[in-house]
Design a protein around this ligand. Structure first.
Ligand code: HPA
Length: 294
């Protein structure tokens, strides 16, 4: 009877993930991973398409496909492989997520952030994340790396709905230091050391999967957003709920719609990300090495 009810709710597009024992699913996934590999990662690095981060430096690498982990969503977007890669960086356990999950894939907000809950329960305390964006602010060019200082949630949903309420005393998550100020300082220092130009600004995300209209970009500029993507905000909301500290970079892959000449395409976005890989990977690796010492 209960299953019929869930099927009907699903057909109506109503999220049943949280009410179906979200934390129980998290425990089952974490149990699978803990039984499969012997690791206690402190840091998660979410790699966007085309960016390798410290991948080549990892020792004792173990790759696990998300398809093998109970309850994990399956990544569907080209360039996002859907793998967890565990390994040691300078002797410390970390985990890379190669390929993220997007709300526009048609999954629920809770499914998007499910891996964060699982990895946090395995010991992850810090997250370095990154994404591709269109540059809204006039001074932003393709190839710029942005240090994210804040965000405006325009995804029109929240993964903590129905989830935070299950943990008494933690219903309302503080977002005033969402992008950790101390971690931002680490990024600025690393960028200086490596001679990498780092701009800063406010990220916003619309749910996609379309790129924005010109009028939407004018609205976003008025609202105070500097660059726009289609991801990351749910992940940062969950990370802060879980008291994980966040450092985030955005890659300007194109001027946003009202500054762009011609069409915005995923091929152009992937090409820009590939071109940015050496610089961003170097920066992220430097930050990761410093954060794991903290
Ligand atoms: N808009 C939204 N997401 C994006 C863009 C954009 O212009 N470029 C890369 N990801």
């Amino acid at each position: 009877m209960k299953n019929y009810f869930i099927v009907i709710l699903s057909l109506l597009g109503i999220t049943v993930f949280a009410s179906e024992g979200f934390f129980q699913k998290v425990d089952e996934s974490a149990r699978y991973l803990n039984e499969t590999i012997d690791t206690k990662p402190k840091l998660l690095i979410v790699l966007t398409a085309g960016i390798k981060g410290p991948l080549d430096l990892l020792e004792d690498k173990v790759e696990i496909s998300s398809a093998d982990i109970p309850h994990f969503p399956i990544a569907k977007v080209p360039g996002h492989e859907g793998k967890l890669i565990f390994g040691k960086l300078d002797g410390v356990d970390i985990v890379l997520m190669k390929g993220r999950y997007h709300y526009y894939e048609g999954i629920s907000p809770q499914e998007v952030v499910f891996p964060y809950f699982v990895l946090n329960s395995m010991g992850v305390e810090s997250v370095i994340t990154m994404n591709a964006v269109g540059g809204i602010r006039e001074d932003l060019d393709v190839g710029d790396i942005m240090l994210v200082t804040d965000h405006i949630n325009l995804l029109c949903n929240n993964p903590l709905k129905g989830v935070s309420i299950l943990q008494r005393g933690r219903e309302f998550t503080d977002m005033s230091n969402a992008y950790d100020c101390e971690y931002q300082e680490v990024a600025r220092n690393q960028a200086d050391l490596k001679g990498i130009e780092l701009k800063t600004g406010v990220y916003t995300a619309l749910s996609g999967p379309n790129y924005e209209t010109k009028a939407e970009i004018r609205m976003l500029r008025t609202l105070g957003a500097d660059f726009v993507g289609m991801s990351t905000i749910f992940e940062v909301l969950s990370s802060r709920f879980l008291e994980m500290r966040v450092l985030a970079f955005s890659c300007i892959t194109n001027p946003a719609a009202d500054r762009n000449v011609g069409k915005i395409s995923h091929e152009h976005v992937l090409k820009a990300l590939n071109d940015m890989n050496p610089k961003l990977s170097d920066l992220v690796t430097g930050c990761a090495k410093e954060l794991i010492l903290k």
